[in-house]
Design a protein around this ligand. Structure first.
Ligand code: UDX
Length: 444
């Protein structure tokens, strides 16, 4: 099937390559010329496992093309909207201008298709109510002969698992309008996702509003789970209990489950923080702000984790961070990605640097992004070199290589063996036995 993908970020580029791997004829579009040039040359503009292979095979097959020219969407039967919806600069709400720009750009190119209605598929995370507004817009401005039909199909992909989550998601959600052609639109998308559906992946059909809410509700739940265990870590800190054991014990209850109960520096990235804020903003607009006031607390608990590390390190140096040599292990918002958007580790690093500390930061793959955004930090690729002369070390992103670091070897690099384990992934006894002062979140 000929399909177009609008937006070539983590979501769109991976989606486009994944769709080409299923045999579809895909044109992917973005306004960022540099990004498109890279993708067209087979160079992934970001790190994502399995994506380079899909990109290369897609380009080689001739079924995957990248362009900045929107007229290339002409003749596509399905258009996927995969652009970003970041937090507005001056508030909590989501900025949907990229979604609107994509719709505006494709409308003139939506033309009658012999096989049925032209389907516009929204995948971006949007405030509830957006889908209906876009359908009304298509009804008003798109060629009536094309029967342009919107279908909301939220994406749940995790960075670092983008390809797997796109090809074999936990579930597929179709938000459909109450219109005569909606069923045909759903059948068209069934053809696109035929392989996943054949494999038995559940597909849920809902109305527009529910499908929009599924995504933000899921992310809010995940954020709440993380902040819950981080609140428990605060309690553990004042009572001498161990939050890692507590999480293990409550996680064995099937109703609770062990996932997303890792206490530490909290959540970051391009989704969870901005999604819970956009959700609160939208609830306020709809007059239901009370329903989500708990998310304010979820957000506050999460921010407190970042404050806590800065305070603990500051206190360690008697409130005088100026000139102190601190090494930060990890810059990405989580392991397995080079994404530093709203990265807790990077925020802590920049705050310490702002308070006068001499911060060295290391990360297996995210340092290029750090150098662009924070040239004031000393970005050091080699871990031993990063540790040289440190008076305090903070592990803030739990990359496997940091988890299995040898404390005795690390001890030889630093000038003062103090480690703050911001993700509770080191074995305190081993580190203490090697001469380190160890501190974690909610661990005695
Ligand atoms: C998230 C959702 O998981 C995904 O379904 C949605 O489509 C996009 O947002 P992602 O942003 O890739 O995906 O990150 P995720 O793996 O969910 O982790 C989010 C943050 O939570 C990371 O900063 C991670 O370090 C943190 N986290 C996760 C914890 O602090 N503790 C945990 O137990 C789990």
């Amino acid at each position: 099937m000929k399909i177009s993908v609008l937006g070539c970020g983590y979501l769109g580029a991976v989606h486009a390559a994944a769709m080409a791997s299923l045999g579809h004829d895909v044109v992917a579009i973005d306004i960022d010329e540099e990004r498109i040039a890279k993708l067209a040359a087979g160079e992934p503009p970001f790190f994502e496992p399995d994506f380079p292979e899909l990109l290369e095979s897609g380009l080689a097959s001739g079924r995957l093309k990248f362009t900045t020219d929107f007229s290339a969407v002409h003749g596509a039967r399905v258009h996927f909207i995969c652009v970003g919806t970041p937090q507005l600069d001056d508030g909590y709400a989501a900025d949907v201008s990229q979604v609107d720009a994509a719709i505006e750009a494709i409308i003139p190119h939506i033309t009658k298709h012999v096989d049925g209605p032209v389907v516009v598929v929204g995948k971006s995370t949007v405030p509830v109510g957006t889908a209906q507004r876009i359908q009304d817009w298509l009804d008003r401005d798109a060629d009536p002969a094309a029967n342009a039909t919107l279908l909301w199909n939220p994406e749940f992909l995790r960075e670092g698992f983008g390809v797997v989550d796109t090809l074999t998601p936990d579930r597929i959600v179709y938000g459909l309008a109450d219109s005569p052609q909606a069923e045909a639109a759903g059948e068209t998308l069934d053809e696109v996702y035929a392989e996943a559906l054949r494999a038995g992946i559940p597909r849920l059909i809902t109305d527009f509003a529910t499908s929009e809410l599924v995504k933000v509700a899921a992310n809010s739940f995940l954020a709440t789970k993380i902040s819950f265990i981080n609140a428990m870590a605060e309690l553990c800190d004042v009572s001498g209990a161990d939050v890692t054991k507590l999480a293990e014990a409550i996680g064995l209850d099937e109703r609770i489950g062990p996932k997303f109960l890792r206490a530490g520096l909290g959540f970051g990235g391009g989704c969870l923080p901005k999604d819970i804020r956009a959700f609160m903003a939208r609830a306020g607009e709809l007059g239901a702000d009370q329903a989500l006031t708990f998310l304010r607390e979820v957000d506050a608990i999460n921010s407190r984790r970042r404050d806590a590390v800065v305070q603990i390190l500051s206190r360690k140096f008697g409130g005088q961070l100026s000139g102190r040599r601190i090494t930060i292990l990890g810059a990405a918002f989580k392991p397995g990605t080079d994404d530093v958007r709203d990265s807790p580790a990077l925020e802590v690093a920049t705050r310490l640097s702002g308070l006068g500390a001499r911060v060295k930061i290391t990360d297996p793959i995210a340092l290029d992004n750090v150098r662009i955004l924070h040239p004031e930090l000393q970005a050091v690729q080699d871990v031993d070199e990063a540790l040289q002369g440190a008076e305090a070390v903070a592990l803030l992103t739990e990359w496997p290589e940091y988890k299995k670091m040898d404390p005795a070897h690390a001890r030889e690099q630093v000038s003062n063996p103090y480690v703050f384990d911001g993700r509770n992934v080191l074995a305190p006894q081993q580190w203490r036995a090697a001469g380190w002062t160890y501190r974690g979140f909610g661990r005695p």
